[in-house]
Design a binder for this molecule. Structure first.
Ligand SMILES: CC(C)(COP(=O)(O)OP(=O)(O)OC[C@H]1O[C@@H](n2cnc3c(N)ncnc32)[C@H](O)[C@@H]1OP(=O)(O)O)[C@@H](O)C(=O)NCCC(=O)NCCS
Length: 183
């Protein structure tokens, strides 16, 4: 029994990561598009993909937050990850909602669909009053997901998530009292 719950949306199952997701997780992290967007360093391989999955699952156990593996209901295929992130970073704004899809799955609305489930979980299950998303200014697709979910840009500042690249992140926020739960 892991702390990460399994949820369903119209087209997706949001479930805990499993060891046999490793090849799919690596393929996603190794795609040029995801590497560029997430500033994944050259040379990241299976060990880094495994560490990412283990860290996600460990955060569920330790903090009750984490990302889910996203599985397409129709095919059972792994399409990406999304969820709630509360890393140990001194200047992190709070509980962050985030999303990453394999590029072959972009343009289908899956990130927004999973993001909406994460938002609902953050407000209804975790009791957060405000959720955040940290997005670099050139990541327009991620900004579009945030906007569709109702997040607004509240500030831009350097956060310590990418210690080797001290670039400013946009801090996007969504308040419980303005969130649309109809999705
Ligand atoms: C950020 C990321 C997850 C966004 O993916 P995305 O596919 O653009 O976003 P969604 O899954 O919500 O899909 C939205 C698109 O699907 C379209 N769409 C098609 N069918 C749809 C449906 N049934 N429902 C909703 N939208 C649908 C929308 O019109 C929209 O198209 P557009 O991009 O032409 O406007 C993706 O670009 C990614 O993985 N990037 C790399 C990792 C990353 O940057 N993560 C975020 C770090 S802050």
């Amino acid at each position: 029994m892991v702390a990460c719950p399994t949820l369903e949306t119209d087209r997706l199952v949001l479930r805990p990561f499993r060891d046999d997701d490793l090849a799919d997780q690596f393929a996603m992290m190794d795609s040029p598009e995801v590497r560029a967007a997430l500033r994944i360093p050259d040379g990241a391989g299976l060990p880094e993909a495994f560490n990412a999955m283990a860290s996600v699952l460990g955060q569920w156990e330790l903090r009750g937050t984490g990302h889910w593996a996203l599985e397409e209901k129709d095919s059972g295929q792994f399409v990406g990850s999304a969820g709630l992130n509360r890393p140990e970073r001194h200047n992190w704004p709070g509980v962050e909602v985030g999303w990453t899809l394999h590029p072959s799955q972009w343009g289908r609305g899956y990130a927004t669909e999973a993001g909406a489930a994460a938002v609902r979980y953050g407000f209804e299950e975790l009791g957060e009053e405000r959720l955040f998303s940290c997005i670099v200014p050139d990541n327009h697709r991620s900004q579009a997901v945030a906007r569709r979910l109702g997040f607004e840009l509240i500030e831009e500042r350097v956060i310590s998530f990418f210690p080797d690249e001290p670039e400013a992140h946009g801090i996007w926020a969504l308040d419980r009292n303005t969130a649309d739960f109809s999705r």
